[in-house]
Design a protein around this ligand. Structure first.
Ligand SMILES: [Zn+2]
Length: 204
């Protein structure tokens, strides 16, 4: 039996990760490959059982609460699954690493994951570092920095970072992940304009 390949699409928010995932799903469907797409329950953007790009292009997916449900789905599938797609991979529990490795190495299933490699604080996000370590192919996408400079012009440099804003201002390192009151939003920023208030010094 062949070994499945693991591919990761990463980059900051608004870099087109989900668009690239959806493009690959459509190519697989055209090729009549037996596929299934998964997304974590935490992501309720747009229609809940679909994977949607920021511009509203959607593909049907299976919503799961924990990564072991992927194994259950594959085992119970009436047709042999050849390739799976996983969106928002950073939100999965730690078992996702074993699940992906098992599907590729023991079941010969190709796995494509899209996710944020870093959180808004610039720290490795969830299980992404381990998943990146397993991947044969990694695509790092960049967004565009839309920060408005003092002269009123938009920066437009490649953006590698996810900027969290609370009420329009850079969020504090210590800000709660779930915000009560206030307006929480995200944008992409370049290295000159990415800002995390109260980021602690790294003490070595
Ligand atoms: Zn910038």
């Amino acid at each position: 039996m062949k070994t499945g390949l693991i591919e990761i699409i990463c980059g900051p928010m608004f870099s087109g990760k989900t668009s690239e995932l959806v493009r690959q799903i459509e190519l697989a469907l055209i090729s009549k490959i037996e596929i299934v797409a998964f997304k974590p329950k935490i992501d309720n953007r747009y229609k809940s059982d679909e994977i949607c790009t920021n511009d509203g292009h959607c593909i049907k997916s299976v919503v799961i609460e924990n990564s072991k449900e992927i194994i259950d789905y594959i085992k119970n599938s009436s047709k042999p699954i050849e390739k799976i797609f996983i969106d928002e991979a950073q939100f999965f529990d730690e078992k996702i690493v074993e699940v992906v490795n098992y599907l590729a190495k023991n079941k010969g299933i190709d796995v494509v994951l899209a996710g944020l490699a870093q959180d808004f604080k610039g720290a490795p996000f969830g299980q992404m570092p381990k998943l990146l370590g397993l991947a044969q192919k990694i695509r790092t996408l960049t967004a565009i920095c839309v920060h408005e400079k003092e002269d009123g012009k938009i920066c437009r440099k490649p953006a590698f970072f996810t900027q969290r804003l609370i009420d329009g201002k850079p969020a504090s390192y210590n800000s709660p992940i779930i915000l009560v009151g206030g307006i929480d939003s995200y944008t992409a920023r370049c290295e000159d304009h990415w800002e995390v208030i109260d980021r602690p010094e790294i003490d070595l």
